[in-house]
Design a protein around this ligand. Structure first.
Ligand SMILES: Cc1cn([C@H]2C[C@H](O)[C@@H](COP(=O)(O)OP(=O)(O)OP(=O)(O)O)O2)c(=O)[nH]c1=O
Length: 189
């Protein structure tokens, strides 16, 4: 039987990226209270969070493939989620200035009792940023709902010197890999 596709995410970027598959899908934002186990590595953490999001939606639907995803920025072992306020956004950007960090995105595909998870790691190098540049960027408001306090797809593009790995994973969903993993997990077009 052909399965429905559901994106368990409130992120407009993930929705836009999933639209590239040219398939109908439904968006149901997960309302799970994310449980963070500090002992996990970044790769384990993003997959665990992706799984929590996908599971919370999968529990309430049938005959569907559910996709959950989570993105974290990691610098020198520190995992950075979304900044809680402007001051924290400034602090994160000062830390990332002139340095290379990793962006981890975990994806979890759930089909009934089958749980299939994977992650992508992308290295991003920032130019050295002046305090003025950081302040002006934070004033745009763009950092506030984004891991690591920047959006590579927006004004944040002006901060980035180099990237190694999947650009789309930094934006929130490694779409080419997701398509391939859906096939591996048994989803039929
Ligand atoms: C680093 C980076 C992150 N981001 C975004 C991707 C994610 O939406 C967000 C990280 O937060 P997440 O908790 O991964 O996702 P979310 O809360 O936005 O959406 P949901 O949990 O409902 O799926 O940061 C960018 O848009 N651009 C970037 O360059």
């Amino acid at each position: 039987m052909k399965k429905n596709l559901i994106l368990a995410s409130a992120s407009p970027r993930r929705k836009e990226l999933l639209e590239l598959l040219q398939l109908p899908f439904e968006v149901i934002a997960s309302e799970v209270e994310e449980v963070v186990d500090e002992k996990l590595s970044p790769a384990e953490m993003v997959q665990s969070l992706a799984e929590q999001k996908a599971k919370s939606v999968a529990e309430n639907v049938s005959n569907a493939f559910v996709i959950g995803s989570d993105t974290l920025v990691v610098y020198e072992g520190k995992m950075l989620g979304k900044p809680k306020d402007f001051a924290e956004a400034v602090q994160m950007l000062k830390m990332l200035s002139g340095k290379t960090h990793e962006v981890y995105t975990g994806v979890c595909l759930i089909n009934n009792d089958d749980v299939h998870s994977f992650y992508e790691k992308t290295s991003v190098t920032f130019y050295s940023l002046t305090d003025k540049e950081i302040d002006e960027y934070v004033q745009t408001g763009e950092p506030m709902d984004k891991a690591g306090a920047y959006g590579i797809q927006g004004y944040g593009s002006l901060l980035v010197k180099e990237i190694h790995g999947d650009y789309f994973s930094v934006v929130g969903l490694p779409i080419a890999r997701t398509k391939r993993e859906l096939v591996t997990a048994g989803f039929t077009w």
